[in-house]
Design a protein around this ligand. Structure first.
Ligand code: SF4
Length: 411
């Protein structure tokens, strides 16, 4: 599920402002330490003839104090600092635009890659919860996406490339740093409380980079986040869900969006390869693995509400049946239309009725709040700057219009 997308420079919202990145710019021959896992960094220091524990020290400087200048790493000897300066760098993706909304939502546009590179977005959404102020960062894993979900602006742009671990973790680094820029190094702390791998791209199709980035998120020498607060959201790459179960314990979300195969084949085409029965079984296996672990108590089901398409009473009934043996929480997402989107947003009443059906059956079912409207950063499909003129979209527009007509004539 993508809540962010690539935007072209010409289409930038005028409220976005160019900024210069504070990160050290260095030559390409230098090794970027930002995306390295603890194991990789330990090996790096051992190869330099240094002790392994240097890895933990440097990780804390990078990920907990947001330092990019080796000269500031005061518990590292001057000689080693000089050596590191020569051969390494700590380099997050370049921030080309940033917007901070009045409601606390923050959005960054990063340039990744050499030269003009590509642009990706990251969004931070604040909320109050039982434990206090929550700050949830929605992180991208790929530039574009190959999966072409019919309601998704990212999918319409095709796939460009996978992000590297430094480009993935760099989004979290920069979001934290944005609160600490003016804070003295010794007083800096991590501010982002939750991460969802739910931005642009299908994270399970960039498996290794996403896995090592999530390991850094959980690592006490880096972000030390609770496994319950790191969520991977997938459209349903079944074999990789099984692999994930073996490799890391994080929360799992499924971009479901349809309660039957026929509709899901249209909305989320990967369903043709891994139909619902297989997907639900994979979720059950994921929860069964280390079932007592707190991150695996339930799966979050993401369901975007598309007017007249998947929001009817029968769809709610089908969803109840589908999920009856899967511990799950359901998150209804009001669709955020982008230009030429083939769908509209379900009415508030329709969404509430849908929620009631699910809640009455005993499911925890929430409606996602739309946030950050003043910077074009609402959840769901937020960019709205990508023109979707594909033939497929046109066909869908017609189909949706026909369905709405049928509903109207049925009263
Ligand atoms: S998996 Fe589907 S919803 Fe997610 S980014 Fe790709 S096309 Fe969009």
């Amino acid at each position: 599920m993508s809540s962010v997308a690539v935007v072209s420079s010409e289409n930038m919202d005028e409220k976005q402002q160019s900024v210069s990145t504070p990160v050290v710019q260095a030559t390409h021959t230098k090794v970027n330490l930002l995306g390295m896992s603890r194991t990789e960094l330990e090996k790096f220091f051992e190869d330099l003839g240094e002790k392994k524990f240097r890895a933990g020290q440097v990780m804390k400087w990078i990920h907990q104090y947001f330092v990019t200048d080796f000269a500031e790493m005061s518990n590292i000897s001057g000689k080693l600092r000089e050596k590191l300066e020569k051969i390494c760098e700590i380099k997050a993706p370049e921030v080309v635009h940033r917007n901070y909304s009045k409601d606390g939502t923050r959005k960054w546009v990063f340039r990744v890659g050499d030269g003009e590179g590509s642009l990706v977005e990251t969004v931070l959404i604040p909320a109050e919860d039982k434990t206090g102020a929550r700050k949830t960062l929605c992180i991208s894993s790929q530039v574009g996406c190959a999966l072409d979900c019919s309601f998704c602006s990212t999918g319409k742009q095709g796939f460009q490339r996978d992000l590297t671990p430094a480009e993935i973790i760099g989004q979290l680094w920069m979001a934290n740093y944005s609160y600490m820029e003016d804070v003295p190094v010794a007083e800096r702390e991590r501010t982002v409380t939750n991460v969802v791998m739910m931005g642009m791209g299908e994270p399970l199709l960039n498996y290794d980079a996403v896995l090592s980035s999530m390991q850094l998120m959980l690592d006490d020498f880096a972000y030390g986040m609770s496994k319950r607060r790191v969520t991977l959201s997938t459209s349903g790459v079944v074999p990789k869900i099984d692999q994930l179960a073996q490799d890391i314990d994080v929360a799992l979300a499924i971009s479901l969006h349809a309660p039957n195969d026929e509709l899901r084949n249209e909305l989320v085409p990967i369903n043709k390869k891994y139909p619902l029965q297989q997907l639900i079984a994979a979720c059950q296996r994921y929860l069964a693995k280390d079932g007592n672990e707190s991150a695996r108590r339930h799966v979050t089901i993401e369901y975007v509400m598309l007017d007249g398409v998947n929001d009817q009473p029968e769809h709610a009934q089908q969803l109840l049946k589908l999920l009856k043996n899967l511990p799950s929480k359901i998150n209804l997402i009001p669709f955020n239309p982008f230009p030429h989107a083939p769908y509209g947003r379900s009415s508030r009443n329709r969404i509430i009725a849908f929620q009631k059906t699910l809640s009455d059956a005993g499911f925890v079912c929430t409606i996602r709040q739309t946030r950050g409207d003043d910077i074009d950063a609402a959840c769901g499909q937020l960019v709205g700057q990508v023109a979707d003129r594909t033939r497929r979209a046109e066909q869908w527009k017609k189909k949706v219009a026909q369905q709405q007509e049928i509903l109207r004539t049925q009263g």
